[in-house]
Ligand binder design. Structure first.
Ligand code: GAP
Length: 458
């Protein structure tokens, strides 16, 4: 790079604290079916979660929003899907076998294993003992496995710790088959695995997670401009998910924080219940990876620039984010509690319709045999168009509360008048206002009402 990166912009002030702490969120997630501790039947499995019906649906919404913006709507990005377990030479060349490590220490007092870079003032973050640590050791985060029947050194392989290398080792294939010119982005969504020393904070840091990554290959002299572009573009994306801008900020990494491949990185940070932390990284990887794989494979990984008639090694800008971490941030930001005049507390997830696992719930006023077929008819009518649920258990008030708690923006109530006037009531989650609409106009009316729901309208 010939240019110098611009000076970091000043950091944003802290927003007011979120309404939910970690335990409240984890317990809501379990109670309502967003995420369960994995294999709970057998006592769970440390920091591992299984997504329930609502969590699975919400993850799909997040992936789809990313895919739409990062692949489908662009003319300069193409997707791939690479293998999770591939030739270990990839991880030797990328530097992960030698360098993908965290420093760890053991506390001699409580035997906890902690990350040395998380220890402040020589104090154990678990038991508070001061100066009672073993010497620092480097711990490699790669998950090792064996391919084939024999567990021997020659059969060692790794579960990928990032999806990114799939894009680098396929750069030449994608370039040739798509006949594209620079800039060219290659995008991928898929699971990654890291043997984290200190996973935790619910789904914030786990050993198995899902990444959405873009490797954007560009001319070296345009790379700083593209880095600035992608920082802003990625920050803007979170508006589509309804995360309030006050909860997000960009933070440029200090030189000492940079990963082994990175020339410059900015984090998009979210203000979590415990303070600011990484949500997404937007890294400038320079030509590190293409050069590393050219050296590792013995094949030139260059781009022939038809304008200058020269071969160049492109630079890469990489926005990389975890689906699970986005889901966590969305839930944490959306959680709200309000108390009415009678002192009753209502828990509301103020989700944007774009990420709400249920957009519309169909609720017959009561479990009455005359209402059931009409409620069924309305549900059948809406299912092809919206993410829906139908619920007839318990009082209508309790069912509204249940839908509020999972963030359903709109409920459609079928009552006895419906039998005469073929109209239903739409109830808004945030204002609790009600609107009477003929079934014949329901789909259009719901679309209009959903467009009005926005988490910033609190
Ligand atoms: N290819 C670059 C890369 O993987 P990273 O900062 O290590 O960079 C990118 O990871 C994103 O993946 C993070 O910002 C975070 O959203 C997510 N992520 C990383 N490790 C994770 C973990 N252990 N659990 C959940 N999400 C994780």
């Amino acid at each position: 790079m010939t240019e110098t990166p611009p000076a970091p912009s000043p950091l944003k002030a802290d927003p007011p604290p979120l309404k939910a702490d970690l335990d409240t969120l984890a317990s809501l997630a379990k109670r309502r079916g967003f995420a369960f501790p994995s294999a709970e039947l057998y006592g769970g499995f440390a920091s591992t979660y299984d997504y329930g019906p609502l969590g699975a649906e919400m993850k799909r919404c997040i992936r789809d929003l990313w895919w739409r913006r990062m692949v489908q709507e662009r003319d300069d990005v193409v997707p791939i899907e690479a293998a999770v377990i591939t030739n270990p030479a990839v991880w030797h060349a990328s530097g992960h076998v030698a360098g993908f490590t965290d420093p760890l220490m053991d506390c001699l007092q409580c035997q906890s294993r902690v990350r040395a870079d998380h220890v402040v003032d020589d104090t154990c973050p678990v038991c508070g003992a001061v100066g009672r640590f073993t010497a620092e050791r480097q711990f490699n985060l790669l998950f090792r496995t064996f391919v084939g029947p024999v567990e021997e050194a020659a059969a060692v392989a790794y579960l990928r710790p990032e999806t990114a290398q799939g894009m680098f080792v396929n750069f030449e294939n994608v370039l040739t088959t798509t006949r594209r010119r620079l800039p060219l982005g290659i995008a991928q969504v898929g699971r990654s695995y890291r043997n984290e020393i200190t996973p935790g904070q619910f789904i914030f840091r786990t050993r198995e997670f899902e990444q959405m990554e873009l490797e954007f290959f560009c001319h070296p002299e345009q790379s700083l401009e593209w880095h600035a572009y992608w920082k802003q573009e990625r920050l803007d994306w979170y508006r589509l998910l309804g995360i309030r801008p006050q909860q997000l900020r960009l933070r440029d990494h200090e030189q000492s924080e940079l990963a082994h491949y990175s020339q410059a990185t900015a984090d998009i940070e979210f203000h979590y219940p415990w303070g600011w932390g990484e949500l997404e990284g937007v890294a400038h990887r320079g030509d590190y990876d293409l050069r590393a794989h050219a050296a590792g494979s013995g094949q030139a990984l260059t781009y022939f620039d038809p304008d200058t008639q020269t071969h160049i090694v492109p630079h890469v800008i990489e926005p990389a984010v975890g689906v699970d971490r986005v889901l966590f941030a969305v839930l944490a930001d959306a959680y709200d509690e309000e108390t009415d005049a009678r002192g009753e507390t209502r828990v509301v997830l103020r989700l944007a319709p774009s990420v709400a696992p249920v957009e519309v719930a169909v609720l017959p006023l009561s479990r009455n045999e005359r209402l059931a077929p009409v409620a069924r008819e309305v549900w059948d009518l809406l299912r092809p168009h919206f993410r829906t649920q139908s619920d007839d258990a318990q009082s209508i008030g309790r069912r509204y509360r249940r839908q509020d708690e999972i963030g359903t923006p709109l409920c459609v109530t079928v009552d006895f008048e419906t039998l005469d006037d073929r109209a239903v009531t739409i109830r808004d989650r945030d204002s609790m206002a009600q609107l009477r609409v003929p079934i014949a106009n329901l789909e259009g009316a719901l679309r209009e009402q959903l467009a009005l729901v926005h988490p910033e309208r609190r």
